[in-house]
Design a binder for this molecule. Structure first.
Ligand SMILES: [Zn+2]
Length: 107
């Protein structure tokens, strides 16, 4: 008997339910990432925290996130020196700006 082909290996994974389990795990992880992005508190210094909410504490733990942790710089206001979350997007000249509410209002 020769080595297992990729198709045979794939069939083995499917037969043991491992593909479904992996897809389910990825979906659960993505749901937690979105839950954290939507509900965790972001300070004016660009740090995301659970705010002490136990549901978020568990999500942070599962995702291996420190509480608090620095947000991805791409999530923050593009005004130099500002560390607030970018919540407004608008076109300017030949660019598109993503700013916090304060810098949107000042624009
Ligand atoms: Zn700003």
């Amino acid at each position: 008997m020769g080595p297992m082909t990729a198709a045979e290996f794939g069939a083995l994974l499917v037969r043991h339910g491992l593909v479904d389990a992996a897809v389910h795990a990825i979906r659960v992880r993505n749901a937690l990432v979105e839950m954290v992005r939507q509900f965790a508190y972001v300070s004016d210094s660009g740090q995301r925290s659970t705010g002490g909410l136990s549901t978020l504490q568990e999500a942070f733990a599962v995702l291996g996130l420190a509480d608090p942790h620095d947000c991805d710089p791409n999530e923050l206001c593009d005004e130099p020196g500002c560390r607030r979350l970018a919540t407004c997007g608008f076109p300017v000249a030949d660019a598109y700006r993503l700013t916090c509410g304060r810098h949107h209002d000042e624009y």
